[in-house]
Design a binder for this molecule. Structure first.
Ligand code: HEM
Ligand code: SF4
Ligand code: SF4
Length: 529
């Protein structure tokens, strides 16, 4: 039930994403780079923060005045930096919330992804504490309100012997040392903890997207600059402990808990915060995801070439010392707890060549639920069904994008795979030169948004000979196209298909029968070197 609702919301959101793709293009769609954008905004926060530090006075008595000087006397440089610091922090919260919502709605928080989700939860806390301590350092009326309410919140914990709130209602008790502690936490402690937290968060992700594309960086930075100049960040009057602040403007991105605290009191708020954290941390198991069988290394066909280990998007393959006495120094070994069952490794194994005479065809690494032999048979069968057609085009699609079996064209031979990256380039060549297909169209998730992170990128790079295993030089590249688009992109796939079909008209197929290119895993591997 919950999953059905999520699927519906997901479908709705997909239309919004498509709107973004139409404006920015798939590669630069900001929704495809939310994690990376959050990191980019933190860079802006860090650099602007360092700049501000040169003008800021880290003391209770000097903090407010130094910020006034920054905002008004040095408005054109330090003032702009202050605004940039604040707006980039807000932007980081927005992209972080969108990032986690998107991962959740796309069902990318369960199964093998539990780790990324689970380690994301403490990041949420860190980012909020980061923001709150930042507002504290201004030591204006808002900071006073935050300090007082934070003390009230902390006082109910059985940690502090003296009530902390006293420190913020009696002028003489406001401790300089406490303020310096806040400054230390904000300026040194939290940045270090955040970097550590991020390191844990990305530990299981190979080549994480930590930098957004340049146009996105330039665009978002320019927007932040314009906002900073047009609407400079200001303080809200100096803190005065003899007066309880009443009229305050709240930063709803960072400080929503304070108005809630005013309304509910500390116990309810603590209960809600702890409950929400536990609920979020347990989401990967609500309900648990059915585990697909993981990749299996078939040692007799593994030459230890390392291609699969280089391509695995989740670092699930280690190259270890050979255990069967063969002359190759290494062999691949799958770590089942990290494996996403995407099959991308099958697509990268040179032994996966359908040209090999071995029967049944067994690769160096196989997915038990979709072995290489089955892929070969599916391709054979799909093309055989078009026997007698003037034109035959193999259409390969992934399970998370347009369902290619619904392509209603008489000349289409559809084959579905868990991920487009599972298809070795030799299989495209095999369809063209071995089985006489006129063309091959490979389709899958939007660029920069592959369900398994890198499947579409690797497919393109293998075809373009930028990444092994390369598409054979003998294959006619003009006959092969890729199209990366999301679920509602059926019409796009049809248009691309029709365009390819049109281009291929008059070009005779390279029919040759399925003669072998190489008979052994080693020969297939050698072809790639
Ligand atoms: C400081 C805030 C955060 C930053 C900077 C951040 C950044 C990132 C980055 C760069 C990735 C890798 C994306 C890729 O290369 O495919 C990622 C993945 C992920 N993040 Fe975050 N993240 C943050 C917070 C969170 C939070 C709060 C959650 C959820 C509670 C979360 C959940 C995930 C998940 C589930 C993935 C894995 C996606 C996949 O395997 O396809 N993140 N994050
Ligand atoms: S199936 Fe995917 S995640 Fe598993 S080992 Fe192969 S490439 Fe890595
Ligand atoms: S031969 Fe195949 S299984 Fe062995 S290391 Fe190379 S890609 Fe991996």
């Amino acid at each position: 039930m919950a999953l059905t609702v999520r699927r519906r919301i997901n479908h709705f959101i997909q239309h919004i994403e498509d709107g973004f793709t139409a404006v920015f293009g798939g590669q630069n769609n900001p929704l495809h780079h939310l994690g990376a954008l959050t990191i980019f905004f933190f860079w802006v926060v860090l650099i602007s923060g360092l700049y501000l530090f040169a003008f800021y006075e880290t003391s209770l008595s000097g903090a407010y005045d130094s910020l006034e000087r920054i905002t008004y006397d040095h408005w054109w440089h330090a003032g702009v930096m202050r605004s940039l610091h604040r707006y980039a922090s807000d932007a980081a919260v927005i992209t972080m919330i969108l990032h986690l919502s998107r991962e959740f709605l796309r069902d990318r928080n369960r199964g093998f992804r539990w780790y990324s989700w689970f380690t994301g939860v403490p990041l949420l806390w860190m980012v909020y504490i980061f923001g709150i301590t930042g507002y504290w350092l201004v030591w204006d009326k808002l900071a006073q309100y935050i300090a007082l309410n934070t003390a009230e919140l902390l006082d109910v914990l059985p940690v502090f012997t003296d009530p902390m709130a006293r420190n913020f209602v009696i002028e003489e008790l406001v401790s300089e040392r406490f303020f310096t502690l806040m400054a230390f936490i904000h300026l040194v402690g939290l940045p270090i903890i955040l970097v550590l937290g991020l390191w844990f968060h990305l530990l299981r992700i190979i080549r994480p997207k930590i930098n957004p594309p340049r146009p996105l960086m330039i665009g978002t930075f320019t927007a932040l600059m314009v906002l900073s100049v047009l609407r400079p960040a200001e303080s809200q009057g100096p803190a005065d402990l003899s007066v309880v602040p009443t009229q305050l403007s709240i930063d709803w991105f960072y400080l929503p808990i304070y108005p809630i605290l005013d309304y509910t009191g500390p116990f309810v708020l603590w209960g809600a915060l702890i409950g929400l954290t536990l609920f979020m941390a347990s989401l990967p198991w609500l309900p648990p995801q059915r585990r697909e069988p993981v990749a299996e290394v078939i040692l007799e066909n593994c030459t230890g070439c390392t291609f699969c280990a280089d391509d695995c998007p989740y670092g699930a393959i280690d190259m270890v010392t050979r255990s069967d006495g063969r002359r190759f120094p290494k062999e691949a070994k799958v770590n089942p707890t990290l494996c996403a069952s995407c099959g991308i490794c099958t697509g990268s194994c040179p032994s996966s060549s359908p040209f090999r005479n071995a029967s049944p065809l067994v690769s160096g690494i196989e997915m038990p639920q979709g072995p290489m032999e089955k892929m070969k048979q599916d391709i054979d069968e799909a093309l055989r069904r078009l026997e007698g057609q003037e034109q035959k085009i193999l259409v390969v699609g992934c399970e998370y994008s347009v369902d290619v079996t619904e392509i209603d064209r008489p000349n289409a031979a559809p084959v579905r795979l868990p991920c487009a990256g599972m298809m070795p380039p030799s299989a495209m060549d095999y369809a063209l030169r071995g089985l006489g297909a006129d063309g091959v169209l490979v389709t899958g998730c939007d660029c920069a948004d592959c369900q398994f992170r890198l499947g579409n990128l690797w497919t393109d790079e293998r075809i373009q000979k930028k990444r092994p295993p390369y598409l054979s030089g003998r294959a006619d590249r003009a006959r092969i196209r890729t199209l990366w688009t999301k679920l509602p992109g059926r019409n796009k796939v049809l248009r691309e298909f029709d365009a390819l079909a049109e281009d291929l008209k008059g070009r005779p197929a390279e029919a040759s029968g399925s003669e072998g290119v190489g008979g052994t895993a080693q020969e297939a591997d050698d072809e790639q070197r």
